[in-house]
Design a protein around this ligand. Structure first.
Ligand code: FAD
Ligand code: NAD
Length: 520
């Protein structure tokens, strides 16, 4: 089976990437997020077709070779472009015209090791599968370690951070198995613990800043699907309690799987997926739906505010992955977490594009069908809001989705916030997501919350604001409540919207620290 991701092989937003390449010649700073229009016949679907056509995409007639650094460096032109990722070399010339980020982005790594650049931008992109037919072979030496003359990062971390590494223990009664994980981290909470227990397989991942600790075993005996998770937040102790199916003594917890008992950087850990059932699909607007997915019984997973997940689904025999940002089932007016935010259901507000590869497939899912959902990702930190006095949210279309939990969190849990303002850009009135709920919320909390709708293609009846994101619109609506108040501005929407917005905000004098742009 081939895996495909319809996203840039690498792209980033205001990422500062300092990559010493394999040859030590190039350094890149500022990898810009660019969406380049693709020529007709160069869509993701067309790429899938080409890879399945049996055409020789490497020019080596299926032969795999060992590539030296010297050899790699010779293939640095568009018409002959090889790139090394994690020790494997790909001929990306046939892929050039299909790359949504454009040829120039790919060419940045031409004839070199692009691993660091790739990891900084889209570590989750399954390039192995997407470029499977472009595989030339392996590097003759391990490029990065050899070049930099240092130990691989994991090993450096293991020795220097040994005392800080979490550890685990387990014990049993006649009916229960308890696994105790000592994270040695004081502010542990339920958002940071992800448990999956299915078919005798147990996987517990604990997120600790940019690191991840994993307990992953094939259990010695069967357990029931009920899993309890207890967290002693202050001491950082996490207990996972499993119910034995049979009252027998276990000799061991189970056979360790690859990655068991490791504490590594999150970016070095592969994304884990579990199958979730579609339980409902309701209309939000003419083209946007709220999908409710149910997590499997043995799963404990909460998506933190400001983070997204990836959905993976087989389309035309190929696995396709796209990111989505979970929302709440509705905007609570009582400033409490909604009861349906129960840790069992996941709500996704998704716009269905008439020519969209993934959204069309999603729209065709039937109630009861399953789809794979990944662990959460994202670099937004709630603490950014907790220290602010003014929160300004700029959303374009479905760029509203990260604002939903953020809004609720800000209004329910952050007492130091004086003003919360949502400036919501849409094409037409019919496109405004949850307009009613937003207006009700603004009425309910008049003193703190304000919403402003701005339309780019309004009808003649529209009496509100119109236009696209611009310096004049921003200077009118983005203001501090006091001259020196601490402000956080969050922005999310179509890439040009976000890019322009960030630039205009900077031009208006807001600092990088005061702006958070949601991107993949
Ligand atoms: P594609 O096959 O990629 O596009 C096919 C055609 O659809 C395009 O040629 C174009 O005609 C049309 N199209 C696609 N995207 C757009 C667009 N933005 N504007 C205009 N036309 C377009 N989407 C949501 O609906 N809800 C979310 O919660 C959400 N969260 C996201 C989180 C992140 C971090 C990111 C990066 C994106 C998120 N998206 C979200 C977008 C989502 O990942 C997909 O890009 C989107 O669903 C389109 O996928 P597709 O395969 O159907 O369209
Ligand atoms: P849309 O096409 O309906 O546009 C909504 C508004 O955005 C427009 O009315 C306009 O004001 C503005 N806009 C659109 N194109 C613009 C441009 N070229 N320049 C300036 N402003 C522009 O939006 P949509 O179809 O709902 O798409 C929403 C986008 O948000 C998608 O691209 C999606 O990938 C992105 N998104 C990202 C995240 C994230 O990164 N976390 C989350 C959700 C959605």
């Amino acid at each position: 089976m081939l895996y495909v991701l319809d996203l840039y092989l690498w792209r980033g937003f205001e990422n500062t990437c300092c990559l010493e390449t394999l040859l030590g010649k190039q350094t890149w700073t500022k990898v810009a997020l660019r969406n380049v229009p693709l020529k007709p016949g160069r869509s993701l679907m067309d790429w899938i077709r080409l890879t399945k056509s049996g055409k020789d995409l490497t020019g080596l007639k299926g032969r795999l070779i060992e590539v030296t650094e010297d050899e790699l460096s010779k293939h640095n032109k568009k018409e002959d472009c090889w790139i090394c990722i994690r020790g494997f070399v790909y001929n990306v010339t046939p892929y050039m015209e299909y790359h949504p980020g454009g040829e120039d982005e790919l060419m940045k790594a031409a004839g070199t090791d692009g691993t660091d650049l790739f990891d900084q931008v889209h570590r989750w992109v399954n390039y192995e599968s997407m470029l499977k037919e472009c595989l030339v072979g392996r590097m003759a030496v391990k490029p990065i370690a050899a070049l930099k003359g240092v130990l691989p990062e994991k090993r450096v971390l293991a020795s220097s951070a040994k005392d800080l590494s979490p550890s685990y223990d387990w014990f049993q009664t006649d009916s229960l198995i308890t696994i105790v994980i000592y994270t040695k981290q004081k502010d542990m909470n339920a958002d940071l613990v992800i448990v999956d227990c299915q078919d005798k397989q147990l996987r517990v991942e604990i997120i600790m800043d940019d690191h991840s600790y994993l307990v992953e075993v094939d259990l010695d005996h069967a357990v029931s699907e009920d899993v309890a998770v207890n967290i002693a937040e202050k001491v950082g102790k996490v207990e996972i309690i499993l119910n034995k199916k049979d009252n027998i003594q276990w000799k061991m917890l189970g056979q360790p799987r690859e990655g068991h008992n490791t504490f590594i950087k999150r970016t070095d850990r592969g994304l884990f997926y579990r199958k979730c059932k579609l339980v409902s699909k309701t209309e939000v607007t003419h083209d946007t739906k709220l999908f409710c997915l149910m997590l499997p019984k043995g799963t404990h997973l909460r998506v933190p505010t400001g983070q997204h997940i990836y959905l993976k689904h087989i389309i035309a025999g190929t696995e396709v992955v796209k990111p989505y940002t979970p929302v709440l089932p509705f905007l609570p007016l009582d400033f409490q977490e909604p009861p349906c935010h129960d840790g069992v259901h996941l709500y996704l507000m998704i716009k269905i594009y008439s020519h969209g590869l993934f959204t069309q497939a999603l729209d065709h899912l039937q109630i009861g069908d399953c789809i794979s959902v990944s662990n959460p990702e994202g670099n937004f930190k709630k603490s950014q809001v907790q220290t602010s006095e003014d929160l300004l949210l700029l959303a374009g279309g479905t760029g509203f989705t990260p604002m939903v939990k953020l809004l609720n969190f800000a209004l329910t849990e952050v007492s130091c916030l004086r003003t919360v303002k949502l400036i919501f850009f849409n094409k037409t009135e019919d496109d405004i997501l949850w307009r009613n709920q937003l207006e009700q919320l603004a009425l309910k909390d008049e003193s703190r919350f304000e919403v402003q709708f701005i339309l780019s293609q309004p009808s003649e009846d529209w009496v509100g604001k119109q236009g696209k994101i611009s310096p004049s619109l921003l200077s009118e609506f983005v203001k501090r409540s006091r001259r020196d108040s601490k402000v956080l501005i969050c922005i999310c929407g179509p890439t040009p919207f976000t890019e322009q917005g960030v630039q205009y905000l900077k031009d208006l004098g807001y600092s990088q620290e005061e702006i958070h742009a949601f991107t993949a």
